[in-house]
Write a protein that binds this ligand. Structure first.
Ligand code: ZN
Ligand code: ZN
Length: 363
């Protein structure tokens, strides 16, 4: 038998120090509270959830969401120990679910257990982002063009990839209202339609970082909403005169363009195979692009010359060999022409490098 130092003043049961016994203390205590109803506002289009007027993306399914909603309306008394909560949810209609909540615990040494029902109301409201997308809302457009030429298929594809990469980055960073609304190819380039100033500036900067060129912005007042002026901004982006892979004559020398920043061409010297960088000048002449050169099969190698058969015309021609390319008979060489001089530009089998250079490589 337990040794006690007193009795409960209310019921006379043994109790330590003559205080209220556990049973009497429990009588006036609510050990658990479970709200009978919980509402969740959810976007039917994208599954975002609104809490306290703020929309956020949730990475959980409806069942997990229901579990956490119901858990949020169960409040245990602070002294309850050995808490156990079991929640099972059944959908009763498309916008109602019923949760059965079994709660148990121990308070003042007494085990307790109850069952409650919680009605979950799923309210469907289109979120801020989906409203914008549905309304074709946009803040601006980046017009990707090139100086004196049409952008190459490679440049158009890279510009689109960059736009979606930036979109992924900003969405991951929690900027839900920044997205790419549309990418349209036009007859002289591509138009990237975007939803916020932040993403527009980021995409335009990244495209110029990767492909060269520069842009100017042209804001236009389009109206007013809730006292705030709304602007639509056109980014007029000009890719440079030359593109990656172009073969140019600069002074008396020949170069293949590897990449470029705003003013500088980073090139491969077709004479000695070295990397160089210089400013583009007006007199630089475009001779071709590595993806669209003439081709010839090596039939002999003699006195620093390659003898080739032109793949297209069948003509026998010769061009100077270069220390950076160790070709042998049967190889297919790429070359461009400067008047009647053939300039060795590469070997057919080596031409995957330009396609696989990624944005990171150009920083
Ligand atoms: Zn008592
Ligand atoms: Zn949505």
């Amino acid at each position: 038998m337990r040794i006690t130092q007193g009795f409960c003043p209310k019921c006379g049961a043994p109790a330590e120090n003559g205080e209220l016994c556990g049973r009497c203390r429990l009588k006036d205590t609510v050990w658990v509270e479970v709200a009978p109803r919980v509402e969740c506002i959810i976007c039917p289009t994208c599954g975002s959830v609104r809490t306290a007027n703020i929309w956020s993306d949730v990475a959980v399914d409806k069942d997990e969401l229901g579990q956490s909603l119901v858990t949020s309306v169960i409040k245990y008394h602070k002294d309850v120990r050995d808490i156990k909560t079991e929640i099972s949810i059944v959908d009763t209609s498309s916008n109602r679910s019923l949760a059965t909540v079994r709660v148990s615990g121990t308070l003042y040494g007494i085990p307790l257990e109850e069952t409650h029902d919680v009605n979950i109301v799923w309210a469907r409201v289109q979120c801020d982002r989906c409203c914008r997308i549905a309304g074709s809302y946009y803040e601006g457009v980046i017009q990707v063009r090139a100086e004196g030429r049409r952008p190459t298929p490679f440049e158009l594809r890279r510009a689109g990839e960059i736009a979606y990469q930036v979109e992924d980055q900003v969405q991951e960073a929690g900027d839900r209202l920044s997205f790419v609304s549309d990418i349209d190819e036009t007859k002289d380039g591509t138009d990237i339609v975007f939803s916020s100033q932040a993403i527009g500036a980021a995409i335009a900067n990244d495209i110029c970082g990767a492909l060269g060129g520069s842009f100017t912005t042209h804001p236009k007042l389009i109206g007013e909403k809730d006292g705030v002026r709304l602007y639509r901004v056109t980014y007029s982006l000009r890719l440079p005169r030359f593109s990656r892979g172009d073969i140019i004559k600069h002074g008396k020398e020949y170069f293949k363009i590897m990449r470029q920043s705003k003013n500088t061409l980073f090139v491969f010297d077709l004479l000695n195979g070295q990397s160089r960088a210089f400013r583009e000048v007006e007199s630089d002449k475009l001779l071709g692009n590595i993806r669209e050169t003439e081709k010839g099969i090596v039939i002999y190698r003699d006195a620093d010359l390659f003898g080739i058969i032109n793949e297209k015309t069948g003509a026998n021609e010769e061009m100077a060999e270069r220390p950076w390319l160790d070709a042998k008979e049967g190889d297919t060489l790429l070359f461009v022409r400067d008047e009647d001089v053939l300039i060795l530009a590469g070997r057919d089998a080596d031409q995957t490098d330009l396609e696989t250079i990624t944005l990171e490589d150009t920083e």
